[in-house]
Write a protein that binds this ligand. Sequence first.
Ligand code: MEV
Length: 405
Amino acid sequence: MVVVQQDRRPFVASAPGKVIMFGEHAVVYGKSAIAGSVDMRAYALVVPHSGHAVRLVLPDIGVDIAFDGRRLPRVQPGALAHPGDVETLLAEGIDVPDGPGRMAALVFVYLYGSLVADTGAQGFSICVRSLLPVGAGLGSSAAYSVALSAALLQLTGQLHGDGASEGDRRLINGWAFQGEQVAHGTPSGIDNSVATYGGFLEYTKGRDPAPLQSTRALRVVITNTNVPKSTKALVAGVRALRDAHPAIVDSILDAIHSVSTTAAELFQAPDADDSDAEQRLHDIVRVNHGLLMALGVSHPSLERVRDIAARYRMASKLTGAGGGGCALTLVPSGAPKSATAEVAAAMAADGFECYDTVVGGAGVSIAYAVGAESIEAWIGKQSSDPVAVFAALPAATIASLAPSL
Ligand code: MEV
């Protein structure tokens, strides 16, 4: 048995979602893509307690499971052919209900079995809430997996810098990737890398994602058209077009690659003239959308978003697979808050959902309540501190999570 030093204080581990800034579809053909973290996060509140009861509460998707932590054997490295085989670990007394939350519960079971089971750690309750819309291509499952991995590694004393050191991040990212494999089979790893490291990443298939040393954070309105899309069908459509017109499509994919490499240079140029860099970013957002449209993956709803943004002299592009789903609109850095509110209101009038975000902010983080402050005071803080999101938790949920406080 691996015996851990367990810190008994409650804490919150959180991780951001992601948006693909440039390079979607071209990335399938080995070209570069750039993704950035969004300031909408998943938050995992951990409350250790005595005994061996383990409880997972996901209020947004109706999951509330509890089991005796001693009933779950440790998942030894290599014991499963693939993390997705986690269902074989479910023993009597560990009841994971069917429904929308099943996958999220299985990710927890896998990470618990790998990181906590048989460490002598005592019981705890964990409640995860997320501000990320599910299924919108904003990396909600990766944010969940990163927050959960960070929470369980911190709980069992396996992190050395509260999630901030390079070693901690590598460890969190590796486990979060396994959590993503439980949920998605064969993910590329870009979503969990962005959620762990934050900022912007350059991603090329078959290589480790490369964090860009950028100090630039971008103001972006993300618009969910609420038009359902099939990533598989859209990727297949681009493939069919390429089979029919290889020379034309390859030059479009090469042009998208140049957009991504230009973006990487712009993000990393320390002394770029800001207004010039901003104009160039505006240009490549517009160009990237045009190239994606030429590949046949836009949609009337996405063109509508682009038209509305253009009325406010802002550039928009689809993000993710296209065919509906989400678009991003770059907000000029000097634009007043009222300008984004106006664009968002114009888009909302067409039935779209808008999120006023900052892209390129912090990755995974762990925060403790200060001193002996009660959990009620902690979650009620009126500040920009991310833990303030827990003010939104119903009092009854908090009370049941923290019976000893
Ligand atoms: C989907 O979010 C991004 C695509 O490039 C597909 C992929 O990279 O697997 C369209």
